[in-house]
Design a protein around this ligand. Sequence first.
Ligand SMILES: *[C@@H]1O[C@H](CO)[C@@H](O)[C@H](O)[C@H]1NC(C)=O
Ligand SMILES: *[C@@H]1O[C@H](CO)[C@@H](O)[C@H](O)[C@H]1NC(C)=O
Ligand SMILES: *[C@@H]1O[C@H](CO)[C@@H](O)[C@H](O)[C@H]1NC(C)=O
Length: 267
Amino acid sequence: MAKAAPVSALGLAFFVTLSSFVFLSLGQEKLGRHCSENPPTLNPNYGFGFVKDIGGLKAYVSGHSKRGILLVSDIFGYEAPHLRDIADRVALAGFHAVVPDFFYGDPYKQNTSRTIEEWSKNHGTDKGFKDAKKVTAALRKEGIHAVGAAGFCWGGKVVAQLASTNFTKATVLLHPSRVTLDDIKAVKVPISILAAELDNGTPPELLKQFDEALTGNKIENRIKIFPKVQHGWTVRYNDSDATAVKAAIEAHIDMFIWLSKYLRWHF
Ligand SMILES: *[C@@H]1O[C@H](CO)[C@@H](O)[C@H](O)[C@H]1NC(C)=O
Ligand SMILES: *[C@@H]1O[C@H](CO)[C@@H](O)[C@H](O)[C@H]1NC(C)=O
Ligand SMILES: *[C@@H]1O[C@H](CO)[C@@H](O)[C@H](O)[C@H]1NC(C)=O
């Protein structure tokens, strides 16, 4: 089978070009308030891809490749337009992007009588972890053997747990919530953590401990703290705010580069 290098280089170029286009076209913790700020306007029909069943879950799928990227959402779920944008760009860059509906049609909704704690009781990250394993196993059956994962907020905890198994080749945590030092000590695959400077849930002091644990365990890792941004900035950004969009896109590109490095040679 042909080697993938030219595809990766071309893919990256696509991704970067598209991202600049998007930019230029502008005019241990509980899940806290910061996890629900700037909620997206959900849209089940958004994106270039389509929804299908994978391993018993509905999932938004974009692209066609033997190299998969599993995107695990925040509490607002898989119909969030910004998350599907990321999936579509990853797909254009030559990957099979999958965004499962881990909440079975019941994402967190603001301004209802149900608090975030009550919602969390039915939507624990442990269940998400089990479901994520089902999805990656189903992808393997479809011939997609190399899967990288990226998790946002709630999903950061899920992909951290997944990283303690051999279900994924590499992982990226974007402003993760509730990820503990023990989770990080159990990680076995290359991991990148993209964190906000302003994040009470995963503050820089905790990230320093993560760094020491990973480096001590000789796990390839990269922890990057984005200055002046808040928890949630990579998916719940304001489209009209050029600085916010730029910081989000930078994180998306970092995520993509990290995953593509480890998915490159697997078929
Ligand atoms: C939800 O409630 C907050 C404050 O309680 C308010 O600022 C916001 O506009 C409300 N959002 C919607 C969609 O009603
Ligand atoms: C993961 O590890 C289990 C147990 O060691 C093994 O049975 C399985 O084949 C491995 N899967 C992959 C994809 O390497
Ligand atoms: C989004 O950014 C624009 C431009 O900076 C600003 O006018 C608007 O108030 C922001 N919207 C929100 C919801 O913060």
